[in-house]
Structures are given as structure tokens and as C-alpha cells.
Write a protein that binds this ligand. Structure first.
Ligand code: AMP
Length: 500
């Protein structure tokens, strides 16, 4: 199928050709014709499927008739994060080169004045995050009575971020007769309820299950001990990587993004960071530096990275195993796009195994192990550092002991661990055709270097370890932990956390 068959206007087709697209993606092929007819769309699609163009192109075609009036935008696109909103604005610039449309962006962290001026001029397209939109509306600076098309993008992310009440409010403020284009990667019950309440006889299009991982991605698991060891494991993986052009490194917690970012910089890596505690300017700067190749590593949290279009990533590293298996699929989907090859490596500690099992169940296959297995790793850092033992009952070991964990009081014997693991592999194999256990001992790669000796300054990593591993109150000190307010430039108006 070609774009010419979809019913798009000449101006839009010319822009699509100029963008270098030859064939529509499945979501575009299925969504564009009914969207042009004015039908509501329920698109179940994740980022990377071409869904932005699936709603942008028919909108542009339909906007060719009519004009915007001051303070009464004609179309509204709701995005969960500022970066996604800015990305959609870029899409309108790209696909709308042949149109003279007024596109306004309403996002937190940007001055009210400029945004207001654009709305006063009459916006054909208003792209907004829900909080800032309702702020404007409540100040009487904007009317929603002229909305012809409403787009709700990344609805499941909106749910995660607590925006559903805002979305419901917006849906009630826009005219009943508008067209609604609704996109979500997954359909939890709250989202289904929303679509039942606010979509009118939608065309349902489902393009890719979240469980699908591209066959062009080489996936592997890499064993490691606790946090400080994981940092060294990561550094070694990056140093040993073949054809590493650029990499995204995922952490589960915002705080760990900042810590790992600092640690990588300290070790001489060219790294940026993206997490929800950074203000808008710092986030945009990080993203641009990564896209331009000024830094080739980007440390991210899931929310900060969700939906961002960062083409051409050669490697993805999961510094932490994601606790929601679908996040694994989203994360590694950052590489191996559009038929290119990519590498996705996940650093795993023994405590993470239950999440690894869930991921393997979701994707329906076992992920190979790479490098030494848990048994063959050098001992964890705490057992090799004499002063770690001197910490006594007040340290991490003491507190674990207080919690009564088996692992806190002794390391299990080698034979015992092998036996437990074998049992588990057998159990999983008995349940289905896919072997989802891990090898009792993964042999070291024949070409692997011997374990590197730890640089002296790594001790700083360890000092703040307790703090990294728990999500408890921050430890304020001059260790590796740097409070996030020191990592970002001072801004007069703090960014709205809710819109992250
Ligand atoms: P999205 O899922 O909207 O974030 O789009 C993912 C990427 O695919 C973006 O970089 C788009 O520029 C690109 N893209 C969208 N549609 C097409 C197409 N028909 N052919 C090739 N690339 C496309």
C-alpha cells in the first residue's frame, strides 16, 4: 500500500514524500481513511509504530477547510509529558510544511505570556499537557467550544500519571460533536471505561502487542551483585561493547538516574540524564545533546523516556530490571527500530530473578545469559572491603539481618544454590515449552577479559550504597549522591511535578 491510496490531501502527500516515507505503517494504513471520514478512532499502539503521523496527517488534511478564531482553538491534542507534546509539535512542523497553520503548545515550564499570545492569534492546533491546559482554561484565557478534533495520546501513561480526572473534565468541556482520536499502548480497565464513555462507535485498530520484541534486537542478561557492582558491570559492558554508537541506560528510580549519571561522568563517560526531577530546560538540553551526538549515553527513568522518538539507538542497557514486564518491552524497543540491529543488555542481581521470569513469560522466550553466572562473579564488594565489616549492626548488613532475610545472615553454599536453581528450571520447563530459568553457572565468555580491578575512587560509589538500594529518605552528604537541586540550573518558576 502507498500513501496515495489513503485519501490524504495533495499538500499532506507532498510533505510525506519530502519526509522520505514510502509506505504507510500498519496503524497509518488503518487509521487514516476512517479518520479522514470523521470517524472516532481507538488506536492500541505503542510508540515507534508511526502513530503520531496516523493522527497528524488526517488532521492536517481536515484543517485545510476553515480558520481559527482568537482564543478558540480548532483541534486539541493531549499528551502526558512536555517532551511528547514538543515532539508532536515537531511532527506538525514536518508534515505541515505546506500549510499555514498556527500551532500552539501549552506545556508546563514555559512562560504563560508567549503561549497566551499564540492562543490569542487563533490556534488551528493546540498541543497541551492536561495540567497546563486546564490552568489556562480556568483563567478564562481559552475556550474549548470550537474543538473539532480531540486527540488523546498515550492514554495509559496519562492513567499512570494521575491525569484521568483531567481528561474526563476536558472531554466534557469540548463539543459533543467533535471527532476523537484515542491512542493507548495498553487497555487497562480504567482506559476501557474512558473509551466507552467518550468515544462514539470508534474504529478499533490494534497494531502491535506490547509483548512483541523485535527480532533484530540481540537480548541478553548479565549477572551482577548489588548496586555498586552493577555500576562496574555497566562500565565494563560499555567498554567492551562492539559497534556502540549510542546507548540509553534505564534505571527504575529517578534518584538512581542522577546517581548513575554522576558516576558515569566521574568515570569519564560522555553521559546525559533524563528524569522527572529535572526542570524543562535541563531535560530538553539533555535530549538534544543525545540526539545531536554531543553525548552518547543517556541515563533515563521510564516515565521520562516514554514515547520519546530517539532514532538510531544502537544499545539499550537496563541498569535495573524493570518491575513491570511491559516496561522491558518498551525499553528495549528503543533499539532495533525499522529493521536495524540493536543490542539490549539487562543487568540482573539474584533478587531480580522473579522479574526476569515475568519478563520471559511476557515475551514468550528465554533470554540468554552473557558473561559469568552468579557463581563465577567476583565476590560482592562488601565482602572484599575490610572497613565494610566494621560497620557492624548499623550498616546495611545489620539492617538486613534485622529484617530476618536469609541472605543477610550468610551467603548460601555454592552447591545449595545450584540445587535450588536446577529445581526452578525443571519446574518452569514442566509448565510449558519455554525454559525460563537461568543456567546454574553461565560460563565466562572465552573472549572476556579477566575482571578489572576496581579503581580507587569507586569507594565513593559504595559509601552511598545503602541509600541507593532502598527508596528511603535521601542521605545528604558529599558521597556520590548529589541532591537533584544541585544538578539542575536554578529556575524562578519550579517545574510542575505532576506533569512529568
Ligand atoms: P511514532 O510511533 O509516531 O513515534 O513514530 C516513530 C518513528 O517512525 C518516527 O521517527 C517517524 O518519523 C517514523 N515514521 C512514521 N511514519 C513512517 C513511515 N510511514 N515510514 C517511515 N518512517 C515513519
Amino acid at each position: 500500500m502507498t500513501f496515495d491510496e489513503l485519501g490524504l490531501s495533495e499538500k499532506v502527500l507532498a510533505a510525506v514524500k519530502a519526509a522520505g516515507y514510502v509506505n504507510p505503517t500498519p496503524i497509518q494504513a488503518q487509521a487514516i481513511p476512517p479518520a479522514l471520514q470523521g470517524r472516532d478512532i481507538l488506536g492500541i499502539a505503542q510508540t515507534g509504530t508511526g502513530k503520531t503521523a496516523a493522527f497528524t496527517l488526517p488532521m492536517l488534511s481536515r484543517l485545510e477547510q476553515g480558520r481559527a478564531r482568537a482564543r478558540v482553538p480548532r483541534t486539541l491534542i493531549l499528551e502526558p509529558t512536555r517532551e511528547l507534546a514538543a515532539q508532536v509539535e515537531e511532527s506538525f512542523a514536518k508534515y505541515g510544511v505546506n500549510h499555514k497553520l498556527n500551532v500552539a503548545l501549552l506545556i508546563g515550564g514555559v512562560s504563560f505570556g508567549d503561549q497566551e499570545a499564540k492562543i490569542m492569534r487563533g490556534a488551528d492546533v493546540l498541543i497541551a499537557t492536561p495540567g497546563r491546559l486546564l490552568d489556562f482554561f480556568d483563567r478564562g484565557k481559552l475556550l474549548l467550544t470550537g474543538i473539532e478534533i480531540l486527540v488523546i495520546d498515550e492514554a495509559d501513561r496519562m492513567l499512570d500519571m494521575g491525569f484521568i480526572p483531567d481528561i474526563e473534565r476536558v472531554c466534557k468541556l469540548v463539543p459533543f460533536t467533535r471527532q476523537t482520536l484515542f491512542f493507548s499502548a495498553t487497555m487497562p480497565p480504567e482506559i476501557t471505561r474512558l473509551t466507552e464513555a467518550f468515544l462514539h462507535n470508534p474504529v478499533r485498530i490494534e497494531v502491535a502487542r506490547a509483548a512483541t520484541t523485535a527480532s533484530t534486537i540481540r537480548q541478553a542478561l548479565v549477572a551482577s551483585h548489588g548496586h555498586a557492582d552493577k555500576r562496574e558491570t555497566l562500565r565494563n559492558l560499555i567498554r567492551d561493547a562492539e559497534n556502540l554508537k549510542n546507548a540509553i541506560i534505564f534505571c527504575n528510580r529517578k534518584r538512581d538516574v542522577a546517581i548513575l549519571h554522576r558516576s558515569l561522568q566521574k568515570h569519564g563517560f560522555s553521559a546525559g540524564a533524563l528524569h522527572g526531577d529535572m526542570d524543562q530546560l535541563a531535560r530538553m538540553a539533555s535530549l538534544d545533546a543525545f540526539k545531536n551526538g554531543d553525548v552518547n549515553l543517556l541515563v533515563c527513568s521510564d516515565v521520562a523516556a516514554r514515547g520519546l522518538d530517539i532514532p538510531d539507538v544502537s544499545h539499550v542497557y537496563n541498569f535495573d530490571v524493570p518491575t513491570h514486564s511491559e516496561d522491558y518491552v518498551h525499553r528495549i524497543g528503543r533499539t532495533g527500530r525499522a529493521g536495524r540491529s540493536g543490542v539490549a543488555l539487562t543487568i540482573v542481581t539474584e533478587d531480580d530473578m522473579k522479574y526476569v521470569d515475568q519478563i520471559q513469560s511476557l515475551i514468550g522466550k528465554a533470554i540468554d545469559w552473557e558473561g559469568p553466572g552468579f557463581d563465577a562473579l567476583p565476590p560482592p564488594m562488601e565482602t572484599t572491603r575490610p572497613h565494610e565489616h566494621r560497620r557492624g549492626g548499623r550498616g546495611e548488613r545489620g539492617s538486613r539481618r534485622e529484617r530476618g532475610g536469609e541472605r543477610a545472615t550468610r551467603r548460601p553454599e555454592r552447591g545449595e544454590r545450584v540445587e535450588r536453581r536446577t529445581e526452578r528450571v525443571e519446574q518452569v520447563e514442566a509448565e510449558g515449552p519455554v525454559a525460563m530459568g537461568r543456567p546454574a553457572h553461565s560460563p565466562r565468555r572465552p573472549d572476556a577479559e579477566p575482571a578489572r580491578s576496581r579503581p580507587v575512587d569507586d569507594r565513593r560509589d559504595r559509601r552511598s550504597r545503602r541509600h541507593h538500594e532502598d527508596d528511603g529518605p535521601p542521605v545528604i552528604g558529599l558521597g556520590d549522591h548529589v541532591p537533584s537541586f544541585l544538578l539542575r540550573p536554578v529556575v524562578l518558576r519550579p517545574a510542575k511535578v505532576a506533569e512529568e
